[in-house]
Design a protein around this ligand. Structure first.
Ligand code: ZN
Length: 97
């Protein structure tokens, strides 16, 4: 596949949307994102992920933190599983989990 590949994005419904240049993960999920999620939606997820990491003080060395992000990723991109964790900016610095 080349960088110019087009896909139909399952998240925003756009047809002929630009695919990611390469799978973001080296596993089935990464391949699926490459096939089903457009670049714009992936960028939105990266913003969201950064907010989650900052908001919840995630340490990505920890398996629990990575699992937490995966659950949120599936919810955010594919609408699967439980709802993503809320980010209530009015509660900044006052959230525990
Ligand atoms: Zn999209």
């Amino acid at each position: 596949m080349t960088e110019a590949d087009r896909i139909q994005c399952v998240r925003c419904g756009r047809e002929d949307a630009p695919a990611l240049p390469s799978p973001p993960f080296r596993n089935d999920l990464g391949e699926r994102i490459r096939r089903e999620i457009c670049r714009t939606c992936w960028e939105e997820w990266k913003q969201r992920q950064m907010l989650l990491i900052n908001h919840y003080g995630l340490n990505l060395q920890e398996a629990d933190a990575r699992q937490f992000l995966l659950v949120n990723l599936r919810s955010f991109l594919f609408g699967e599983g439980p709802d993503g964790a809320p980010i209530d900016t009015s509660q900044e610095g006052d959230v525990s989990w």
